[in-house]
Design a protein around this ligand. Structure first.
Ligand SMILES: NC(=O)c1ccc[n+]([C@@H]2O[C@H](COP(=O)([O-])OP(=O)(O)OC[C@H]3O[C@@H](n4cnc5c(N)ncnc54)[C@H](OP(=O)(O)O)[C@@H]3O)[C@@H](O)[C@H]2O)c1
Length: 310
């Protein structure tokens, strides 16, 4: 696995792939590389005009590419439902949960949920649940959820309400770590539930390491952000390199459900894609089950197939 790079991404002819966050950074690289290899890509984005410009660029270089742009706002449950209704008439072979926000000031969506937890976890939980039947009809179907190494610093207390309110002493980076821990717990619990139903769908996790994407280079909320941006341009990997673990997780045949794919080191340097161990607190099964139940209740999304499994 040590030398896996863009040249190793298998042919994607015949696959239909949904990519969230495809308007920027890693999601854009992943959407572009899959489309170049023949996948029919659905760019699931909140800024349709911006994604449309990227689509036009891609098509000007690769006339045979098939790329659709559809609106999706992960903070808006109605938008998630509309998106799902638009894509599920046909089978989906892969859902890549790449979109995310990091280190943002305290904000809430219309449901009153803290925006990082709502975007990074609850939005993807709802979307995945709505796409499961279409994935079940897919070819070698899989869900890839993009987490981060910072999940290890995440604290999730489901007896309290900080994950929803942000807490009285809101910390942007603590909220980000919490949301990325939720991504890990979700991806692993999804894997267990899919296995229990003998579903063909696999759930895998990916982590890009630090990447010089707008998430790091365009941050300007806090004093720390102004330090992160110049540091990121020096120590972070280029998006094309950082996207490799996501591409690996999305395309390598026979990849086992529950695998966590990432770089061998977090920072700039040659990218060696590695299967990484899952460390605490992401290995807490009880917490993962409770998060699943809480997410079902909050979003009102329940997969009959997966609820039966437990
Ligand atoms: N960059 C890193 O160092 C790093 C490290 C570890 C993990 N990650 C993870 O990698 C993933 C991709 O990050 P990135 O670096 O590519 O960041 P990015 O360049 O900022 O891209 C984030 C994407 O998410 C989309 N998005 C944000 N809020 C959304 C919403 N409410 N609904 C739908 N889409 C929304 C953005 O849309 P707009 O274009 O409209 O803004 C954008 O396309 C994230 O899950 C992040 O947590 C990144």
């Amino acid at each position: 696995m040590s030398t896996w790079d863009l040249r190793d991404v298998p042919d994607q002819q015949g696959r239909r792939v949904v990519v969230t966050g495809a308007s920027s950074g890693l999601g854009l690289v992943v959407a572009r590389e899959l489309a170049k290899r023949g996948a029919r890509v659905v760019m699931a984005v909140r800024d349709v005009a911006k994604a449309g410009r990227h689509r036009a660029e891609l098509l000007s270089e690769h006339r045979a590419a098939t790329v659709d742009v559809l609106p999706l706002d992960l903070l808006d449950p109605a938008s998630i439902r509309e998106f799902a209704a638009a894509v599920t008439a046909e089978p989906v072979d892969a859902l890549l949960n790449v979109a995310g926000i990091a280190g943002t000031p305290l904000r809430h969506n219309a449901q009153g949920w803290e925006s990082q937890f709502a975007t990074n976890h609850l939005g993807h939980f709802a979307l995945t649940t709505l796409l499961l039947d279409a994935l079940d009809r897919g070819w070698e179907p899989r869900v890839v959820t993009v987490a981060s190494a910072v999940y290890r610093y995440g604290k999730l207390d489901l007896d309290g309400a900080d994950h929803l309110t942000g807490g009285r002493r809101y910390s942007p980076m603590r909220a980000y770590a919490r949301s990325k821990l939720a991504n890990m717990l979700f991806g692993l619990e999804l894997d267990r539930r899919l296995r229990a139903t003998s579903s063909p769908v696999r759930s895998v996790l990916a982590h890009p390491g630090m990447a010089s994407t707008p998430m790091n280079t365009n941050r300007c909320h806090t004093l720390l952000d102004h330090l992160i941006a110049p540091v990121a341009t020096v120590v972070a990997r280029a998006p094309e390199d950082a996207a490799l673990p996501i591409l690996y997780a999305a395309t390598v045949p026979e990849l086992e459900g529950g695998t966590f794919v990432g770089p061998h080191t977090e920072f700039r340097g040659p990218m060696r894609v590695t299967r990484r161990p899952v460390r605490p607190p992401a290995d807490d099964r009880d917490l993962a089950e409770r998060l699943w139940a809480v997410s079902e209740e909050l979003t009102g999304m329940r997969s009959a197939m997966l609820s039966r499994a437990c």
